[in-house]
Design a protein around this ligand. Structure first.
Ligand code: ZN
Length: 138
């Protein structure tokens, strides 16, 4: 039966990129499903999940810089409420989840792909939910 798993990540900076691939792989291995889909989701409005390269950690920093250029701080309506509108907008652009195929009990990721937790309003504790749905054809 599909089972929801979760883990927590403590971010340490306002803007941060954290590779959560090892933790997700561990959950997929424990799950025991041969084939299916693995959804990685953060129940947060100022964090996101992205898949991209981790071999060069500059990519994560560049992604944060590119989003910072696209979405300036301090000019939005929501800033009058809690001064973090840019974080909400960046999180909405990237989205709160990614879905990765599972084949023979393993995540099907490209050589250069990693699953990243994108922090836009840290530091704080983030919850990551992993839901694996087994294929009916097994
Ligand atoms: Zn807010």
């Amino acid at each position: 039966m599909p089972q929801m798993r979760e883990f927590f990540v403590k971010t340490t900076q306002q803007l941060q990129v954290i590779d959560i691939t090892p933790k997700v792989r561990e959950i997929v291995a424990q799950d025991g499903s041969d084939d299916g889909l693995c959804c990685v989701f953060v129940p947060h409005a100022t964090a996101a999940v992205a898949i991209n390269e981790n071999a060069d950690p500059n990519i994560g920093e560049d992604l944060q810089d590119a989003l910072a250029k696209l979405v300036p701080e301090g000019i939005w309506r929501h800033d009058r409420i809690d001064d973090n509108a840019a974080a909400h907008i960046k999180a909405a652009i990237l989205g709160p989840s990614e879905t990765v195929p599972v084949k023979k009990g393993k995540l099907v990721l490209g050589t250069w792909q990693s699953i990243m937790l994108m922090e836009f309003d840290g530091p704080r504790e983030r919850r990551v939910i992993v839901q694996i749905t087994a294929s009916l054809e097994g």
